[in-house]
Design a binder for this molecule. Structure first.
Ligand SMILES: Nc1ncnc2c1ncn2[C@@H]1O[C@H](COP(=O)(O)OP(=O)(O)OP(=O)(O)O)[C@@H](O)[C@H]1O
Length: 271
């Protein structure tokens, strides 16, 4: 594996205990005659506060890995743990954001965001307060009473992010969340999720096909091999931290950015 992670001096994330540990994780769909091995022997730890982007050729098993982390499907081999406890099914510890937000179109934005805490029977006054906080965080305060079907794609995705965050998950799992958005909205959403990540310290696991998006968001990029997916590279990335600390995206025009971009594209395209 191309593992630059070991070479970095400044890897402050690994000072903490791992939040997620994946040990020899494999998944074969439909065991038996029509067996499809989707991912094979994945060994990765994710540390608190990391922004991990996952890239790889189409069909290499990225969504399968995310679905296992979410608890939607169990692995057919190996173990996945969150805070040392094996993940068995879905729970509030992981928040998931998909490309198509699973919102209730005929409910208001406010009601959609309140849904999780309502299910958890959080007191109404507390829900009201938290919904306001998260509406503000995602920039939807003035659209709180609009019905979801009245929103643009970007606004729906903002509502989906707030709906996931309000449950205070330990990790946010995002499956190509900005893949269906136009270029300008996509850039705005990248800025939003970077800001949320930086200010909240949340751990994020984010699938994307867009190498620039990965480079501009991640603190670490995992590259997967073609089907069945294995991790073939685990690369530290500093551009997102440059952007927040320098309050400028000049870092994307540097030689180092171009080099990393070229390296990742080669890893994906030369398989
Ligand atoms: N429910 C399923 N039953 C059988 N095979 C499946 C199922 N879901 C996915 N697969 C297969 O498993 C492999 C991995 O699929 P997966 O969707 O995880 O890949 P991906 O990397 O997320 O793809 P993409 O980049 O195109 O979204 C593919 O060969 C896919 O056809």
């Amino acid at each position: 594996m191309d593992n630059e992670q070991n070479k970095t001096v400044e890897n402050f994330f690994e000072a903490a205990n791992e939040l997620i540990s994946m040990e020899n994780v494999s998944l074969v769909y439909d065991k038996g005659a029509g067996a499809v091995p989707a991912i094979d022997n994945i060994n990765v730890n994710i540390y608190p506060g990391e922004f991990v982007c996952v890239m790889g050729p189409s069909g290499c098993g990225k969504s399968t890995l995310l679905n296992i982390l979410a608890g939607f499907i169990p692995p057919t081999g190996g173990t996945v743990k969150l805070n040392q406890t094996e993940i068995k099914g879905i729970d509030w510890h992981r928040g998931v954001v998909f490309q198509q937000p699973p919102l209730y179109e005929w409910y208001s934005v406010r009601k959609n965001i309140a849904f999780g805490p309502m299910m958890k029977k959080v007191p109404k006054s507390k829900i009201r307060e938290e919904v306001s906080t998260y509406l503000e965080k995602v920039g939807l305060t003035e659209f709180a009473d609009k019905k979801v079907y009245e929103l643009s794609g970007g606004m729906k995705q903002r509502a989906a992010i707030a709906s996931a965050l309000i449950n205070n998950p330990e990790i946010l799992l995002m499956d190509e969340p900005f893949g269906a958005l136009d270029a300008l909205t996509r850039e705005q959403m990248q800025g939003l999720i970077r800001k949320i990540w930086w200010s909240s310290g949340k751990t994020i696991f984010f699938i994307t096909h867009d190498v620039d998006e990965a480079l501009l968001l991640a603190t670490r990029i995992l590259v997967m091999s073609k089907h069945p997916g294995k991790i073939i590279a685990d690369l530290p990335v500093h551009f997102t931290k440059d952007i927040v600390t320098e309050n400028s995206d000049d870092t994307r025009y540097t030689e180092s950015f171009h080099q990393k971009r070229k390296h990742i594209l080669q890893l994906i395209n030369e398989q």
